[in-house]
Every structure is written in structure tokens, then in C-alpha cells.
Design a protein around this ligand. Structure first.
Ligand SMILES: Cc1ncc(COP(=O)(O)O)c(C=O)c1O
Length: 296
């Protein structure tokens, strides 16, 4: 029998549903038969649909989506694109994902930013009053994790978005564990950037992830590195960076996985993200997860 999602470790790497598996293996077979570039050209429509499907899933536009290798790389492409200067401050929460915190430390060592870690409230969520209190004139970014990998905590992402908006701050949301599990819509959340993985609750292939960057924010963020996909050489000394979120992508990619990611997003949309969220919440009640703010 084909296993259901409830038997898999979705917080680690979920069991892909049959349509995802078929899409990936089907494309790999075409690559073996006719060549990688030829197979990609043949699959142009399915590749384009990945952006539509992922955008629909999170309430974004296709040109606000970059498809990358994993959630960490998606987050990195956003974080390292922020033009930090010495003395700028980043606010985060207790339950921030470790790789993200390492990046804060690297930027602190490299550029001289400061990190403000906001305490949790009694429920384990980020304390919103403490967050508001931590904001100062040099605060540049709020970066938090929506749902850590363990413990059952769900941070109030939209409340944080309203605070970021009120203070005119950039807001980066790590939605690695929430996309595909909960109804995540970037508009009511109000984040400027959101990162997610394919292989977790979306049940897509490993080696896939995506970044959302709000349309009005894309031009403010120069990617940390560019290649001939992200930018065009205009003469020997100049280049222009493309003006959609695909400036955060790179040229060579796991095409079969990308197609599988699109199929996974369509699969989730077909079931209905509200139905998935309701089912996830029932499972949490069954297995008795708590709202502790364990490290992500
Ligand atoms: C909250 C959170 N963010 C980011 C990541 C990293 O995702 P990836 O392994 O796809 O880079 C994880 C992985 O477990 C995670 O739990």
C-alpha cells in the first residue's frame, strides 16, 4: 500500500505522493533518453507551472518566486542581499533556526551588525510587546521562524508582520516547516521575504526549495552573487540584474526536482491547504505536541 503522510516524518523529509515520484522519475528518464537540455526544453510548460503553483499556494505572484536548492539557500539569498551597515540591528526570536542564527553571527563578524533576541511569552511564542520594545532607530530587519522543526510552536507571523509594517522594517520569515502544513499566505502575513523547502510538508523532492520576495522589495535586494541567469552582461564593465525574483536563482538546477516541486504544490492545492491544516491540527492534538519554544 502507498503510505499516507501521517506515517512519514514530514518535519524531516516527507514521503512524496505518487504524482511527485512519477514526475521526477519520468523527467529523469527523458533526460537519459534525449539529454538534459533537450528534456528541459520539452518540459518548458511544466517548469513554468512551478512558479504559478508555488505562488498560488502562498498567495504570491509567479514573478515573486525563486526556485532554489533548499530552504537554507532560499533564506540565505534573501538575508545576504540586505544591504547591512555597521551598527544595523536584526531582531529575531528565541526559536530561530540555527543556520539562520549562524548567518547573523557571520554578518556580525563581517559587517558589525547587532543581534537582538526577543524573549518568548508564556505560550512559547515570540513576545509581541517585547518585540515592539526591542525596535530601535538602527533596526533594519525582523527575521523569525514561523514553525520550528520540533515542539509544536507556531509563531504569530501576521502579528509580527503588522509590527514590521508599522515601523517600516524588512521582515524575513522562515516558513520551512509551515508551508504545506498550514495555510500560509504572504499578503496577510505581510512579510517581504519568505523561505521554504520542497521535501517537508509539501512532500516534494529533496534538493528543492523556494524563496518569495515581495514585488516592491526585489529591486532593493542585490543578490549576494549573480550568474548569467540572474544577470545579463551589457558590456565589458557592466551588467543588469533581472528584475524579478529569479535574480536569486542560479542557472544550473535540478530540473526533475523542480518539476516535482510544482507537482507537489499542485497536489497540496488539490487537497486544499485548509483541509491539510485542519488535518495537521488534529494530528497535533492526537500526538499531544506542546507549544514549547524548543530550538528549531
Ligand atoms: C525552521 C527550519 N528552517 C530551515 C530549515 C532548513 O531547511 P533545508 O534543510 O531545506 O535547508 C529547517 C530544516 O529542518 C527548519 O526546520
Amino acid at each position: 500500500m502507498w503510505p499516507t503522510s501521517s506515517t512519514s516524518n514530514n518535519a524531516g523529509a516527507a514521503l512524496p505522493p505518487r504524482p511527485v515520484l512519477d514526475a521526477v522519475t519520468g523527467h529523469l528518464a527523458r533526460e537519459a533518453a534525449i539529454g538534459g537540455y533537450e528534456a528541459a526544453a520539452e518540459a518548458a510548460e511544466r517548469l513554468a507551472d512551478v512558479y504559478d503553483a508555488v505562488a498560488t499556494l502562498i498567495g504570491a505572484r509567479p514573478d515573486e518566486i525563486a526556485v532554489v536548492e533548499n530552504a537554507t539557500r532560499a533564506w540565505d539569498m534573501a538575508f545576504y542581499a540586505v544591504p547591512f551597515r555597521a551598527g544595523d540591528r536584526v531582531i529575531t526570536a528565541r526559536a530561530e533556526y540555527l543556520s539562520n542564527y549562524l548567518a547573523f553571527l557571520q554578518m556580525k563578524a563581517r559587517v558589525g551588525i547587532e543581534i537582538d533576541v526577543v524573549d518568548s511569552d508564556a505560550s512559547g511564542q515570540i513576545d509581541l510587546a517585547a518585540l515592539e520594545h526591542a525596535i530601535g532607530p538602527r533596526t533594519k530587519l525582523i527575521a523569525i521562524t514561523h514553525v520550528p522543526g520540533r515542539g509544536g510552536l507556531v509563531n504569530p507571523a501576521a502579528d509580527v508582520g503588522r509590527i514590521a509594517e508599522r515601523h517600516g522594517l524588512l521582515y524575513l520569515l522562515d516558513a520551512c516547516q509551515s508551508v504545506g502544513q498550514l495555510a500560509v499566505n504572504v499578503r496577510p502575513i505581510g512579510c517581504h521575504m519568505l523561505s521554504a523547502a520542497g521535501r517537508k510538508y509539501l512532500r516534494g523532492p529533496r534538493g528543492t526549495g523556494f524563496l518569495y520576495v515581495r514585488r516592491d522589495t526585489i529591486g532593493r535586494l542585490e543578490p549576494p552573487f549573480v550568474d548569467l541567469h540572474a544577470a545579463t552582461l551589457t558590456d565589458a564593465d557592466t551588467y543588469v540584474v533581472r528584475d524579478d525574483a529569479r535574480r536569486f536563482e542560479n542557472w544550473e538546477r535540478y530540473i526533475a526536482g523542480q518539476i516535482g516541486l510544482g507537482v507537489a504544490a499542485r497536489y497540496a492545492l488539490k487537497i486544499g491547504i485548509d483541509a491539510i491544516e485542519a488535518r495537521s491540527k488534529r494530528s497535533v492534538r492526537c500526538y499531544g505536541a506542546s507549544s514549547r519554544s524548543d530550538p528549531a
